[in-house]
Design a protein around this ligand. Structure first.
Ligand code: DGY
Length: 332
């Protein structure tokens, strides 16, 4: 228990309002004053005796951290939709609920995916670099030619909430969509009218068919290196690959090679295999746009994530319905 008999919550770093205000109404909050990575020792120390931990994808919550918290720990509320930073099996074994923040960042992430699709296909960042460096000598018929986006076939690897939001935006570019989905094809009523969304049961078929490929699967042991050298060799020459999901889904070494020697034409990346480290091969390439994990980075989305992460933690300790449990079996 914290001061005033409120349970103790450890907040691993600063999050936007209304998160902190909501949390202070139900918890004694410790941490959350600074927006910087914690050391391993600070994390182990911070969680000690907490009933709840509100963490971000920058902290690895493994068995050692859960054990350091001790038997008081009831919930780990992740300030993210992806929860590959948490050992959910270890949490479940200990009866600790894990929660996440789906839905509230779907549109922000889909918008950023489109920013990368357009920037990579149309060489937007190369053009910006050219202008700033003084190398722009005037319009030229063959300068910085890119790939057509309108009418191109969009391949969505992982047609979950974010994949679908990206696919919906493709209608504005008259793009047919091919997709993979762990749980099989979408029902007819889940597909917007008047658009072509075709399910591929085999990822290889999507890779052979798409002109622009966008990755939206969560990181699990089954999706780590889902796109490796073999898969990247299957794509059409000049394909644009975008990843706003998790870096390790794409084998970065193979990606560098496919961008350098083909068949990939360009890539747009928001996430990296060993984030925040960037493969040195990527930095030297002109045909890749590199962003610092900005998918959900709008004021409104980050505020909604903070609210939902707080509500998950509060509900878990007050016995109310938890908005987004990851391992609901713990509740029963
Ligand atoms: C997530 O939520 O998983 C994003 O990567 C960060 O907002």
């Amino acid at each position: 228990m914290g001061a005033g008999n409120l349970p103790l919550l450890f907040l691993t770093r600063r999050i936007p309002e209304p998160g902190p205000t909501l949390l202070r109404g139900s918890f004694t909050v410790c941490g959350g004053d600074e927006d910087r990575d914690l050391t391993g020792a600070d994390l182990l120390d911070g969680v000690r005796g907490a009933a709840a931990v509100l963490c971000t994808l920058r902290e690895r919550i493994d068995a050692a951290v859960l054990d350091a918290a001790g038997s008081s720990l009831r919930v780990v509320s992740n300030y993210a939709v992806g929860y590959d930073n948490i050992d959910v099996a270890a949490a479940t074994e200990r009866g600790i609920l894990v929660t996440n923040t789906p839905g509230v960042l779907t549109d922000a992430t889909a918008d950023l995916t489109w920013a990368l699709i357009l920037a990579a296909a149309r060489r937007v960042v190369e053009g910006d670099r050219m202008v700033r460096s003084g190398a722009f000598q005037g319009w030229a018929p063959t300068m910085l030619l890119g790939a057509d986006v309108a009418g191109a076939t969009l391949g969505i690897v992982g047609m979950g909430q974010i994949g679908r939001a990206v696919a919906r935006r493709a209608a504005g570019f008259s793009m047919p969509v091919v997709y993979t989905r762990r749980s099989g094809p979408l029902k007819l009523e889940e597909t917007p009218a008047g658009v072509e969304w075709r399910y591929c049961s085999d990822l290889d078929d999507l890779l052979r068919e798409a002109d622009i490929i966008s990755v939206h699967v969560p990181l699990t042991e089954g999706t780590r290196h889902l796109l490796g050298a073999r898969e990247l060799a299957l794509v059409r020459p000049g394909v644009v690959l975008v990843n706003t999901a998790r870096g390790p889904v794409v084998h970065e070494e193979a990606l560098v090679e496919a961008l350098r020697a083909g068949p990939l034409g360009a890539a747009g990346l928001d996430v990296y295999e060993d984030e925040p480290a960037i493969h040195p091969g990527l930095v030297g390439l002109e045909n890749v746009v590199l962003l610092p994990h900005l998918g959900s980075a709008t004021h409104a989305a980050r505020g909604r994530m903070a609210e939902l992460a707080a509500r998950n933690a509060i509900a878990a300790l007050s016995g109310k319905r938890v908005p987004h449990p990851v391992n609901p079996e713990v509740l029963s």
